[in-house]
Write a protein of this length. Structure first.
Length: 155
């Protein structure tokens, strides 16, 4: 072991491990419910949400990768699977021969519109019902601050 390592205190370790366990359990449960109820994976859902958040219902690959925090290769494989299922389409970019757009299809829109109410109900049941309004504000503040810090310290 390195003598210079600043190990986590018992308090820090407790908070960190609780946070990690929360993420593991929550995303496993939400993913399982999405798959069972809507036949969408968590990745499918994240991509469809990102696309529907755009007025044109489409994003360039690079913008979509950033929006869902996927590496290019993971996104390419995921989009290929979603194209085969008819959820999204790939469109070449006329201005840039190397660029491409990912566009939501009618089938993709139907899938996200059917899945979203069930997903929101699960989020409410699994998270929001377990915390107070004040804790919700604190959770939002902490999450926003950590995301900002991650963005600022990205390599």
């Amino acid at each position: 072991m390195n003598d210079e390592t600043q190990w986590l205190s018992p308090r820090e370790q407790h908070a960190w491990r609780a946070y990690i366990r929360l993420n593991q359990k929550l995303f496993a449960r939400l993913g399982s419910e999405l798959q069972t109820q809507s036949k969408l994976s968590g990745a499918d859902f994240a991509i469809l949400v990102a696309l529907t958040d755009e007025p044109a219902d489409r994003l360039r690959f690079q913008e979509l990768a950033k929006a869902v925090d996927f590496e290019q290769s993971r996104l390419s494989h995921q989009i290929a699977r979603m194209v085969k299922r008819g959820l999204v389409a790939r469109e070449e970019c006329a201005e840039d021969g190397r660029g491409a757009f990912v566009t939501i299809t009618d089938q993709g829109r139907e899938a996200i519109e059917a899945a979203a109410p069930k997903h929101v109900a699960a989020v409410r049941r699994l998270v929001l019902d377990a915390i107070s309004p004040e804790e919700l504000d604190t959770l939002g503040d902490i999450a926003t601050r950590i995301v900002k810090h991650l963005d600022e310290t990205a390599p």
